[in-house]
Design a protein around this ligand. Structure first.
Ligand SMILES: Nc1nc2c(c(=O)[nH]1)N[C@H]1C(S)=C(S)[C@@H](COP(=O)(O)O)O[C@H]1N2
Ligand SMILES: [Mo]
Length: 548
């Protein structure tokens, strides 16, 4: 076979593999439109990959890709699929069975991943069958058939591949030269037919994939998209509305973070590849385990309880010193402690496990939930129903604890148990069981590497020691003496506190500004730098600015 024809055959094989893989994915998506979006094979595999990723690698991914880590993961999965699909197509040229086996492997991986998250298995089966079927059709369509329809092996290819020389052989002269008995023109016609047949089959596959995928998306949106339910939801007013955040809580300094973080700018950290779509109409919250009266509440029943407003700064244990995974919102919700007391928490209940619609488990020490802090089952955020990304329709919040031990999004189940009873998701991965928020402070103004004129420079930032409160913030320049920063009004110990300090900048060149906070118990933020794992980062934030 000539180089050109070999190349064309390979392209045909690759296209067959890719076409079959696209068909597999579309068919899987269509099945998942009935069994739930998380059961679509790629998402199931991605979710399983997230669960299996060792903590150091996850840390690295979060550091390098931030909130884009999921996009990067999905891109990686698709790229791997493209490579495998091409391989399957090339294999299928030699042996259809081997190509089909690759799709069986695909399906097997999907099945394993789906079962690891208790997702439906059907989409992976459907995807595997569709892939195998389309591979068979495309590979067969690409073979030249004798007029009677039988598959021929063109003499001269000699590889027993059940293959034909491509049209390229003709172009390179072998055919038009008309070697004696070789029925050149007839073969050429058959070849053209074979090529046309293949292109028709490939085009039909592409159209079919587009139609099926479009239908799958429309169906998924119609069946699972909660945007409409969220838009239609009217939350009752709080029993005692909080006064607005006083203007004096936020120094007017350009570049300083807003005191209340807009929902659209609020950090998002979770393991959900696609946002769980939880309909309020079918939502229930089960409270069970070590309680006297297990209950199951509907969303309406939850909203009939007195609603309270709580200003609260939520932060992530994975936040680096000076990092962005922290935000403040005015939350609306139901007292979690009141609800638990009504169910009759039994002696011996040490751990409250929150379970989410997407299978997350988050464990909170019961003692902390019941010690009088404003633990909340939140349904509203900054005057609106919870955004889907932040746990619609209901999430928990327990002031003083990092999100991973307190803030279950898409919450559907609360279980009272012992610490020995269950290791929640993050504890199984080595993170601290309690997750108390560490005292943190951040310089936001001037921006890192800013150039400032000598003289008075406003230095400003934000500090938090959630639930203990911020009692003091100090700033120093180039390891000099510490200066007390001016603290803005404290709204509550459960929210961050902003601060300013006037620096008389002298000496042109680079200078290092450093900040540290003291919490409400009088403990100064430790200097020792420690990474987030396993119980939150420590160390002082610093920034370098240049005086011109
Ligand atoms: N269902 C679910 N809830 C979750 C998580 C998650 O992965 N899944 N992540 C937790 C973590 S680690 C944090 S820091 C907070 C983040 O909440 P946010 O995304 O609304 O800022 O949610 C918590 N709740
Ligand atoms: Mo987190």
């Amino acid at each position: 076979m000539s180089g050109v024809s070999r190349f064309r055959t390979a392209v045909r094989g690759a296209a067959s593999g890719l076409g079959a893989a696209a068909a597999a994915l579309a068919a899987g998506d269509l099945a998942a439109a009935f069994t739930g979006p998380g059961s679509a094979p790629v998402l199931a595999v991605g979710s399983a990959a997230i669960d299996l990723t060792p903590t150091p690698l996850k840390d690295w991914a979060v550091r390098h890709f931030g909130t884009q880590d999921k996009t990067v993961l999905l891109a990686g999965i698709y790229a791997t699929m493209v490579v495998l699909a091409v391989l399957a197509g090339l294999l299928a040229l030699r042996s259809l069975r081997a190509g089909v086996a690759v799709f069986a492997l695909f399906a097997g991986l999907g099945l394993w991943a789906a079962s690891s998250r208790d997702a439906a298995l059907l989409p992976s089966v459907v995807a595997g069958l569709a892939g195998a079927a389309l591979l068979t059709v495309l590979i067969r369509a690409g073979r030249p058939s004798a007029p009677d329809g039988a598959t021929t092996t063109v003499p001269g290819t000699g590889h027993g591949m059940g293959d034909r020389t491509g049209p390229g052989a003709g172009e390179s002269g072998g055919e038009s030269a008309g070697h004696g008995a070789d029925p050149g023109p007839e073969r050429g016609a058959r070849r053209d037919l074979g090529r046309r047949g293949f292109l028709v089959a490939l085009a039909a596959t592409a159209v079919g994939v587009a139609v099926v995928e479009t239908a799958a998306r429309a169906l998924t949106a119609a069946r699972y998209d909660v945007a409409r339910a969220r838009a239609a939801l009217r939350l009752p007013a709080p029993v005692r509305p909080l006064p607005p955040v006083p203007a004096s809580a936020h120094p007017v300094v350009p570049g300083l973070a807003p005191f209340v973080t807009p929902d659209s700018a609020f950090y998002r950290v979770d393991t959900a590849l696609t946002l769980p779509q939880v309909q309020p109409s079918s939502w229930t919250l089960r409270i069970h385990g070590l309680v006297d009266h297990p209950v199951e509440l509907s969303f309406d029943e939850l909203l009939r309880r007195p609603l309270r407003e709580v200003d609260y700064t939520l932060s992530c244990v994975s936040n680096e010193v000076g990092g962005p995974y922290v935000g403040t919102a005015r939350w609306l919700g139901v007292s979690l402690a009141d609800l638990l007391r009504e169910t009759g928490v039994r002696r011996g209940a040490e751990q409250l496990i929150g379970r989410s619609a997407d299978g997350m488990t988050i464990g909170t020490p019961v003692e902390l939930v019941l010690d009088g802090r404003d633990a909340l089952l939140a349904v509203g955020m900054n005057g609106e129903p919870l955004p889907v990304a932040h746990g619609f329709p209901c999430r928990s919040l327990v002031p003083g604890l990092f999100g991973y031990t307190s803030a279950t999004k898409w919450l559907v189940d609360l279980e009272l148990t012992t610490f020995a009873g269950l290791d929640p998701y993050w504890v199984r991965r080595g993170w601290d069981r309690t997750g108390l928020v560490r005292t943190a402070s951040r310089i936001e103004v001037p921006a890192p590497f800013a150039r400032v004129a000598p003289g008075r420079v406003t230095v400003a930032g934000t500090a938090w020691a959630t639930h203990r409160g911020v009692a003091a913030v100090e700033v120093r320049v180039d390891d000099g003496p510490w200066h007390e920063a001016r603290l803005a009004t404290a709204v509550s110990p459960d929210v961050w506190r902003q601060w300013t300090w006037n620096w008389n900048a002298v000496g042109s060149g680079p200078h290092t500004l450093e900040v540290r906070a003291t919490d409400g118990t009088g403990t100064v933020q430790p200097q020792t730098r420690h990474p987030p794992f396993p119980s939150g980062a420590t160390g002082w934030h610093s920034t370098v600015v240049t005086v011109t």
